[in-house]
Design a protein around this ligand. Structure first.
Ligand code: AMP
Ligand code: MG
Length: 496
C-alpha cells in the first residue's frame, strides 16, 4: 500500500467553510487505498476551473482525487448535516463517506467546492463503510454531465478514481471507487436542520450569513436578508424542479439532505429519465410509496422548502407569529413559481412562442395523449417538430393508436400555421430545447456493466453523445431509441 510518486498537483484553495463555520464539520482525511487509478478524468472541466489537467491526470493526481493524499492548502473536512429521509427526520447524517477537500476560485471568479465521495469512513459514517462502488460512481459522473449538457444546474464530475480495493455490497463484492465532484457549494436544507435540531441559533445565523455571502451576496447585511434568502432558494428550487420535470427526470431521493441551497442538482443515486410518459414514474427500489415520483417532485420541493423555512423562522422575525406569516407567504408562493417555470419550458418544447391562455390546455392535451399510450417522452417532442416541418410519420409511429392523436395534432398544426412564424423556424427552435439524446436507462446499464468488467469504451461513447444532446450525430441513432421490450421495467438502487 504505497502512495504514488510524483509532485502533488497544486491548487489555489481558499477554504471559507473551514475558516468560518467551525462547529459545522469534522476535520478529516481520506483513507489510504491500495492502488488509486483514474478511470475517467474531466479535462474540459479541469480547464474551466483553472486547474492543471496534466498534473491531475496522473498517478499523483489519482492519489489526491481519491483523498489519500492531501494537497497543499487543502483543509479536508466532513460536513455535518441532518435531514428528512422519506419524511422521517434524522438529526445527524453528515458526510459519512465524503470529504470537502477545499474551495477553488475559478478563472471566472466562481467559488466551487472540490468534494470526494467514497473516500472512507468519517465521524458521520454511522454503520456505513465510507466507500463507494465503481458502478454508482460512474453513474453519477454520467448523469451529472448529461444534466450539465442539457443546461440543468448540477454538481459536476471532475474524476472517477478506482481504488484497487474490493468493497462489499448486498449484490456481492464490487470494485471500490471515489468520485471527485465540484459544486457551487454543498450547503443543503439538511445543513440548516442540523443546527435547528440542536436549537443552536448562533450557528444558524452564521450558516445563513455564510450561505448568503456565497449564493446571494447582494443580500448581505440587508435587514430582511433571511426572508429574502428563503425566497431566493425557493425560486432556484422551483426553477430546478420545473426543468427536471420538463425533461422527464426523476431524481429519486429528494430528501432534505439532497436539496441544495445553490439550486444545483445533487446526489445522483437512484435517478433516471422516463421512457414512456407517466407522471407516476418511480425507479428507486426503496421508494415503495411513490413519494418521489416524477409529478410529485414539485410538491416535495415545497415540503422541503417548508423545512428550510422552519429552520430560519428565528432569524426572519423575533416575533414567532410574524415570522411564520412571512415565511408562509414565501412557501405558499412556490407552486405558482414552479408552474410558471414549468409552463415556460413546456411552451418552448412545443414551440408555443406567443404565450396565450390556450397554451396550458394544448400542453396538457399532448401530455395526456402521451400518457394514454405510454409514448416515449423524449422522442415525442422531436417527432412533433418533424410534424411541424410537414412529416407526421415519425410522430404517428410512436403511437400504437395514432388516430387518437389526430384531433389534437390538427388543432396544434392549424394554430402553428396561423401564427406569424414559419413552421420550420419554429421546429428548429424546438430542437434546441428538446434533447435527442438523454441517458437512456438501458444504455446507462450497458455502459456501467461494461465499465465494471473493465471496458470503458461504451461509457466513453455514451458520454460523448450525451455531451451534445440536441445535435443529431450520424452514428448515434441507437442512443435516441427507446429500450427494447426485453429490457423490462427499470429499477434503480441507492448508490451506496
Ligand atoms: P444519500 O442517500 O446517498 O444521499 O446518503 C444519505 C446519508 O448516508 C449521508 O449521510 C451519507 O453520507 C450516508 N452514507 C451513504 N452511503 C454510505 C456509506 N457507504 N458509508 C457511510 N455513509 C454512507
Ligand atoms: Mg446525499
Amino acid at each position: 500500500m504505497t502512495d504514488h510518486p510524483g509532485a502533488t498537483p497544486a491548487f489555489a484553495f481558499d477554504n471559507s467553510y473551514h475558516r468560518e463555520l467551525s462547529g459545522a464539520y469534522a476535520p478529516w482525511q481520506g483513507e489510504k487505498v491500495p492502488a488509486p487509478r483514474l478511470v475517467r478524468f474531466n479535462t474540459a472541466l479541469a480547464q474551466e476551473l483553472g486547474l492543471d489537467p496534466e498534473a491531475l491526470d496522473s498517478p499523483a493526481g489519482a492519489a489526491v482525487l481519491c483523498g489519500m493524499r492531501t494537497p497543499a492548502g487543502a483543509a479536508p473536512l466532513a460536513m455535518a448535516y441532518a435531514g428528512h429521509q422519506f419524511g422521517g427526520f434524522s438529526p445527524q447524517l453528515g458526510d459519512g463517506r465524503a470529504l470537502l477537500v477545499g474551495e477553488i476560485i475559478s478563472p471566472a471568479g466562481a467559488r466551487v467546492d472540490l468534494h470526494l465521495k467514497g473516500s472512507g469512513r468519517t465521524p458521520f459514517s454511522r454503520g456505513g463503510d465510507g466507500k463507494a462502488a465503481l458502478g454508482p460512481v460512474l453513474r453519477e459522473y454520467l448523469m451529472g454531465e448529461a444534466m450539465a449538457a442539457l443546461g440543468v444546474p448540477t454538481t459536476r464530475a471532475l474524476a472517477a478514481v478506482a481504488t484497487g480495493e474490493k468493497i462489499h455490497r448486498d449484490s456481492g463484492a464490487k470494485d471500490g471507487a471515489v468520485l471527485a465532484r465540484v459544486a457551487a457549494s454543498h450547503l443543503r436544507v439538511g445543513t440548516f436542520q442540523f443546527f435547528a435540531a440542536r436549537g443552536d441559533t448562533e450557528m444558524l445565523r452564521k450558516l445563513a450569513d455564510y450561505a448568503i455571502a456565497r449564493h446571494d451576496p447582494d443580500l448581505a447585511g440587508q435587514p430582511d436578508r433571511y426572508l429574502h434568502f428563503l425566497d431566493r432558494v425557493a425560486g432556484r428550487q422551483a426553477r430546478l424542479v420545473a426543468h427536471w420535470v420538463s425533461l422527464g427526470f426523476v431524481h429519486g431521493v429528494m430528501n432534505t439532505d439532497n436539496m441544495t441551497l445553490s439550486g444545483e442538482t445533487i446526489d445522483y443515486g437512484p435517478c433516471a429519465f422516463i421512457d414512456g410518459y407517466d407522471p407516476a414514474a418511480v425507479f428507486s427500489s426503496i421508494d415503495t410509496t411513490g413519494r418521489y415520483a416524477l409529478a410529485r417532485q414539485p410538491d416535495i420541493a415545497v415540503w422541503n422548502l417548508a423545512r428550510l423555512a422552519e429552520c430560519l423562522l428565528g432569524l426572519i422575525d423575533a416575533d414567532d407569529a410574524a415570522a411564520i406569516a412571512r415565511a408562509r407567504e414565501v412557501i405558499n408562493g412556490v407552486p405558482a413559481r414552479y408552474q410558471a417555470a414549468w409552463l415556460g419550458h413546456m411552451r418552448a418544447k412545443l414551440g408555443l412562442t406567443q404565450a396565450t391562455p390556450e397554451d396550458q390546455p394544448c400542453i396538457m392535451g399532448f401530455l395526456q395523449s402521451l400518457q394514454d399510450q405510454s409514448v416515449d417522452y423524449t422522442a415525442a417532442f422531436r417527432a412533433l417538430a418533424t410534424a411541424l416541418r410537414g412529416n407526421r410519420a415519425p410522430l404517428r409511429a410512436l403511437y400504437r393508436r395514432p388516430e387518437a392523436l389526430e384531433p389534437w395534432l390538427e388543432g396544434y398544426l392549424a394554430r402553428a400555421a396561423s401564427a406569424n412564424r414559419a413552421p420550420d423556424a419554429r421546429a428548429d427552435a424546438m430542437d434546441q430545447v428538446n434533447p435527442l439524446y438523454i441517458p437512456r436507462n438501458h444504455k446507462v446499464e450497458e455502459a456501467l456493466q461494461a465499465a465494471e468488467a473493465g471496458n470503458m469504451a461504451p461509457f466513453e461513447s455514451l458520454l460523448t453523445v450525451l455531451q451534445q444532446p440536441f445535435t443529431p450525430s450520424p452514428d448515434a441513432q441507437a442512443y435516441a431509441m427507446a429500450a427494447p421490450e426485453s429490457f423490462g421495467p427499470y429499477k434503480t438502487y441507492c448508490g451506496t
